[in-house]
Design a protein. Structure first.
Length: 130
Protein backbone atom coordinates (compact mmCIF):
# COMPACT_ATOMS: atom_id res chain seq x y z
CA UNK A 1 0.00 0.00 0.00
CA UNK A 2 1.48 3.34 -1.04
CA UNK A 3 0.85 6.45 1.01
CA UNK A 4 1.09 9.78 -0.81
CA UNK A 5 1.06 13.37 0.38
CA UNK A 6 -1.02 16.25 -1.08
CA UNK A 7 1.41 16.76 -3.98
CA UNK A 8 1.13 13.12 -5.01
CA UNK A 9 4.65 12.23 -3.86
CA UNK A 10 5.20 8.95 -2.07
CA UNK A 11 5.92 9.23 1.69
CA UNK A 12 9.03 7.20 2.52
CA UNK A 13 9.69 8.33 6.09
CA UNK A 14 8.55 6.31 9.08
CA UNK A 15 6.71 8.13 11.87
CA UNK A 16 8.29 6.78 15.08
CA UNK A 17 6.63 9.14 17.55
CA UNK A 18 4.22 6.48 18.82
CA UNK A 19 7.03 3.94 19.17
CA UNK A 20 9.11 6.37 21.22
CA UNK A 21 6.12 7.16 23.46
CA UNK A 22 5.54 3.49 24.19
CA UNK A 23 9.26 2.84 24.81
CA UNK A 24 9.55 5.74 27.26
CA UNK A 25 6.41 4.63 29.07
CA UNK A 26 7.85 1.12 29.48
CA UNK A 27 11.16 2.54 30.76
CA UNK A 28 9.34 4.62 33.37
CA UNK A 29 7.29 1.61 34.49
CA UNK A 30 10.43 -0.55 34.80
CA UNK A 31 12.22 2.15 36.80
CA UNK A 32 9.30 2.35 39.22
CA UNK A 33 8.80 -1.43 39.61
CA UNK A 34 12.49 -2.47 39.61
CA UNK A 35 13.35 -1.54 43.20
CA UNK A 36 10.28 -3.39 44.49
CA UNK A 37 11.50 -6.72 43.13
CA UNK A 38 13.63 -8.54 45.70
CA UNK A 39 15.84 -11.41 44.70
CA UNK A 40 16.25 -14.70 46.47
CA UNK A 41 14.32 -17.00 48.74
CA UNK A 42 12.39 -15.80 51.80
CA UNK A 43 14.27 -16.67 54.99
CA UNK A 44 14.12 -15.49 58.59
CA UNK A 45 17.14 -13.18 59.05
CA UNK A 46 18.84 -12.36 62.36
CA UNK A 47 18.34 -8.83 63.67
CA UNK A 48 21.04 -6.14 63.89
CA UNK A 49 21.58 -2.43 63.33
CA UNK A 50 21.30 -1.49 59.63
CA UNK A 51 24.04 -0.89 57.08
CA UNK A 52 23.13 -0.59 53.41
CA UNK A 53 25.12 -2.22 50.65
CA UNK A 54 24.55 -1.40 47.00
CA UNK A 55 23.12 -4.43 45.23
CA UNK A 56 23.48 -3.26 41.63
CA UNK A 57 26.07 -5.90 40.70
CA UNK A 58 25.48 -8.30 43.56
CA UNK A 59 24.68 -11.97 43.68
CA UNK A 60 22.37 -12.95 46.51
CA UNK A 61 23.27 -16.32 48.02
CA UNK A 62 20.65 -17.73 50.37
CA UNK A 63 21.51 -20.38 52.95
CA UNK A 64 18.28 -22.10 53.97
CA UNK A 65 17.61 -24.80 56.56
CA UNK A 66 18.31 -28.44 55.68
CA UNK A 67 21.60 -27.64 53.88
CA UNK A 68 19.93 -25.87 50.95
CA UNK A 69 21.79 -23.17 49.01
CA UNK A 70 20.30 -20.77 46.46
CA UNK A 71 21.65 -18.18 44.04
CA UNK A 72 18.67 -15.95 43.42
CA UNK A 73 15.79 -18.41 43.10
CA UNK A 74 17.89 -21.30 41.78
CA UNK A 75 18.87 -24.09 44.17
CA UNK A 76 22.52 -25.15 43.84
CA UNK A 77 24.97 -27.42 45.64
CA UNK A 78 28.34 -26.19 46.90
CA UNK A 79 30.18 -27.38 43.75
CA UNK A 80 27.80 -25.47 41.47
CA UNK A 81 28.07 -22.44 43.76
CA UNK A 82 31.85 -22.44 43.34
CA UNK A 83 31.73 -22.69 39.54
CA UNK A 84 29.09 -19.94 39.24
CA UNK A 85 30.99 -17.60 41.57
CA UNK A 86 34.29 -18.30 39.81
CA UNK A 87 32.69 -17.27 36.50
CA UNK A 88 31.00 -14.17 37.96
CA UNK A 89 34.15 -13.04 39.82
CA UNK A 90 35.62 -11.97 36.47
CA UNK A 91 32.79 -9.43 36.17
CA UNK A 92 33.63 -7.77 39.49
CA UNK A 93 30.45 -8.70 41.35
CA UNK A 94 29.81 -8.50 45.06
CA UNK A 95 28.03 -11.15 47.14
CA UNK A 96 25.27 -10.80 49.72
CA UNK A 97 24.76 -13.85 51.94
CA UNK A 98 21.27 -14.30 53.40
CA UNK A 99 21.40 -16.94 56.09
CA UNK A 100 18.32 -18.09 57.95
CA UNK A 101 18.82 -17.67 61.70
CA UNK A 102 18.05 -21.38 62.17
CA UNK A 103 20.98 -22.38 59.89
CA UNK A 104 24.14 -23.61 61.57
CA UNK A 105 27.15 -21.31 61.55
CA UNK A 106 29.12 -24.00 59.72
CA UNK A 107 26.92 -23.69 56.61
CA UNK A 108 27.48 -19.91 56.45
CA UNK A 109 31.24 -20.45 56.78
CA UNK A 110 31.18 -22.96 53.91
CA UNK A 111 29.64 -20.31 51.65
CA UNK A 112 32.06 -17.62 52.83
CA UNK A 113 35.02 -19.95 52.16
CA UNK A 114 33.80 -20.55 48.60
CA UNK A 115 33.40 -16.81 48.06
CA UNK A 116 36.93 -16.24 49.36
CA UNK A 117 38.35 -18.97 47.07
CA UNK A 118 36.74 -17.20 44.11
CA UNK A 119 38.60 -13.99 45.08
CA UNK A 120 35.43 -11.94 45.58
CA UNK A 121 36.25 -9.19 48.04
CA UNK A 122 32.93 -7.38 48.52
CA UNK A 123 30.83 -9.57 50.80
CA UNK A 124 27.75 -8.56 52.77
CA UNK A 125 25.69 -10.48 55.32
CA UNK A 126 21.97 -9.69 55.16
CA UNK A 127 20.14 -9.01 58.43
CA UNK A 128 16.88 -7.43 59.58
CA UNK A 129 16.78 -4.13 61.42
CA UNK A 130 16.06 -4.30 65.15
Amino acid sequence: MEIRNKDGKEITQINITNLVDIALTLVIILLMVGPLIEQGIEVSLPETSPYEMKIEKSLIITVAPEDKYFIGDRQVNLGELYSILKEKSKEGVSVIVKGDKRVSYENIIKVLDIVKKCKIELIGLATQTE
